[in-house]
Write a protein that binds this ligand. Structure first.
Ligand code: ZN
Length: 376
């Protein structure tokens, strides 16, 4: 995603901020600078009065300083939560591409999500675990500081609010709303009882149900942030369900197993009537274009159809072919070919080995393989 920029690295992991995130810091600071709410807790016979929010802090400059410090610390806690997931993942040898902080929270982008249920469950609880530890530590410190500085001191307020929010974060993330952390634990549990794709489908359905409930709660009083989280959960659940259904059956399948080797190529000089005739006869929708033994492009039925009717008789393949070509190697995973095609919105990839064109793999080859492999 290009609308995020890197602010640094922790343990080699790039930490990125999404632009939406820049809006939330002043927003959170503003919210906490405007209100104050008190609560009392009794601990070992002592009663402590603790407050949320910095509305009562004077002078205004100090109020804003505390509010901004709080907002920044809060999102540092979100980053630490993601680092919790990431450290466990790295222990299992999974590469972390980046951690991005969005308006609704953090997302750690991993190369792979482990298929082992125990591993996935441990990775999933690590984040809420970090939030819980910060939450407990911060609330205990605030009680300590209430004793030393008084319950209304801004530092006590800061620690108390941070602690409570971290505990809320821990509980919220443990909701079984896939792909939130609790939902991943649920998927792991389901996956130990049924095939992985089915477990993901069921967890995703529960996740979507939670998203709908959260969306309603958000719209009717819960606030806009809950609506944003609900939308995110719904989309992410659908995405992960879809990609699991594609990637899992293709596991272990290589491009060379499913590509077509009978290579029919055309040259840039081939005329459009000739290629249309070829497509009609051979029922292929695309051909690699070779020029002087080199792959020069790819031509598909839609490229041909873009040419106005009156020009079709005189145009040649060289005029209409797509020159920016993405290729794949025969030893690559079939799932990788699928990912490439979906990302680039293309339907076929030439297969190249040592600079030689050795085959072509199309979406229909992949879909056929998925169908066959999920059949048993
Ligand atoms: Zn998490």
């Amino acid at each position: 995603m290009s609308s995020a920029f890197q602010i640094g690295r922790i343990a080699g992991i790039p930490i990125r901020l999404h632009i939406t995130f820049l809006a939330i810091i002043p927003f959170v600071a503003y919210i906490f600078s405007t209100f104050t709410q008190s609560t009392s807790i009794s601990l070992l016979g002592e009663v402590y009065s603790l407050s949320y929010g910095f509305g009562a802090v004077e002078p205004p400059a100090a109020r804003w300083a505390y509010s901004f410090a709080f907002a920044i610390l809060l999102f540092l806690c979100v980053a630490l939560h993601e680092l919790g997931h990431s450290f466990v993942a790295m222990r299992y040898g999974i590469k972390i591409r980046s951690i991005t902080l969005y308006i609704f929270g953090g997302v750690a982008s991993m190369e792979d999500i482990p298929r082992d249920p125990g591993m996935e469950a441990r990775m999933a609880v690590a984040g809420p675990g970090v939030s819980g530890i910060i939450g407990a530590g911060s609330t205990l410190l605030s009680v300590q500081s209430a004793f030393l500085l008084g319950g209304a001191h801004p530092l006590t307020t800061l620690l108390w609010t941070l602690g409570v929010i971290n505990i809320v974060l821990m509980i919220f993330n443990l909701l079984p709303a896939f792909p939130m952390d609790g939902g991943r634990v649920l998927r792991a549990w389901l996956a130990s009882r049924m095939p992985y794709v089915e477990a993901t489908r069921q967890a995703a359905n529960i996740g979507k149900l939670f998203a709908i409930v959260m969306g309603f709660l958000g719209l009717f009083g819960g606030g806009i942030l809950l609506v944003i989280v609900a939308i995110f959960v719904y989309i992410a659940a659908s995405d992960e369900e879809r990609s699991t259904a594609i990637v899992v059956p293709l596991e272990g399948v290589k491009v060379r197993d499913i590509m077509s080797r009978e290579l029919r190529v055309v040259s840039p000089e081939t005329t459009l009537p000739e290629i249309m005739n070829l497509m009609f006869r051979e029922k292929h929708r695309g051909y690699p274009v070779m020029e002087g033994g080199r792959l020069a492009g790819i031509v598909t039925i839609s490229d041909v159809q873009k040419v106005p009717e009156d020009r079709r008789a005189t145009a040649v393949v060289g005029d209409v072919m797509v020159k920016a070509i993405y290729v794949i190697e025969p030893n690559s995973d079939a799932a990788e070919a699928m990912k490439k095609m979906m990302e680039r919105q293309i339907r076929r990839l030439p297969v190249m080995e040592d600079g030689q064109l050795v085959g072509i793999v199309s979406r229909s080859d992949l879909l056929r393989a998925i169908e066959i492999c999920s059949g048993w």
